[in-house]
Ligand binder design. Structure first.
Ligand SMILES: [Zn+2]
Length: 210
């Protein structure tokens, strides 16, 4: 199914997991929101990872084939990282896991950040604000904010509460930040209601049988 027909899914409560969820089967067919360069640009904008004007400049100065190639790299990064998370979710990460994360560190090394002092809103406490910006030199630079989101996931998130949705055919993952850590579904709209309907049908059938 064409990703343009359906909005990307941001239900993970952690941007790094939202990135893994950029391929999903929300209805019957699989949708990959980063299946090409345009898709990647649109997804990055929806995720708030790259400013709109930087994306517009990137689109203007790059060949579609270059952007498609970066989308391919992003998909490879996604599937590699999915393996890492699937193997380790549900328990705390171990220090030794850092060895597996070397590819992420290599991507992070390329980051071109710089700071900027800007005037704050008139009613803000301080006169100035420190803003963190990035240089977007090449299409590959689009991978750095993704690498940062994945790095933040492993650094900031307790993997004990990283879960896969219990929907039987659902591939979505999320960080369970609910108080009792009782979250079971990617979202009520996608899988929660489906599960409720299935339970309801089962109860009806049991009632008919008795
Ligand atoms: Zn689900």
């Amino acid at each position: 199914m064409d990703y343009r027909q359906i909005p990307a899914i941001f239900v993970a409560d952690a941007l790094g997991l939202d990135f893994l969820n950029s391929v999903a089967t929300p209805v019957d067919e699989e949708v990959d929101w980063i299946s090409d360069g345009e898709g990647l640009l649109a997804w990055l904008e929806q995720a708030g990872m790259v400013p709109g004007e930087a994306l517009a400049a990137m689109r203007a100065q790059s060949e579609p084939a270059e952007l498609d190639a970066v989308a391919e790299q992003a998909r490879a990064l996604r599937e590699w990282f999915r393996g890492f998370v699937r193997e380790r979710k549900g328990r705390p990460l171990a220090a030794g896991d850092v060895r597996e994360l070397a590819p992420l560190n290599r991507l992070l090394e390329r980051d071109e950040r710089y700071g900027e002092i800007v005037a704050a809103d008139t009613n803000a406490e301080s006169t100035f604000e420190f803003r963190s910006n990035r240089r977007w030199k090449s299409p590959e630079s689009l991978l750095t904010p993704i690498a940062e989101a994945l790095a933040r996931l492993v650094c900031d998130e307790d993997f004990t509460h990283v879960k896969a949705c219990e929907g039987p055919r659902c591939t979505l993952m999320f960080a369970d930040h609910t108080r009792g850590h009782a979250r079971r579904w990617c979202s009520m709209a996608i899988c929660g209601n489906r599960a409720k309907a299935a339970a309801h049908r089962k109860r009806l059938k049991e009632r008919e049988a008795s």
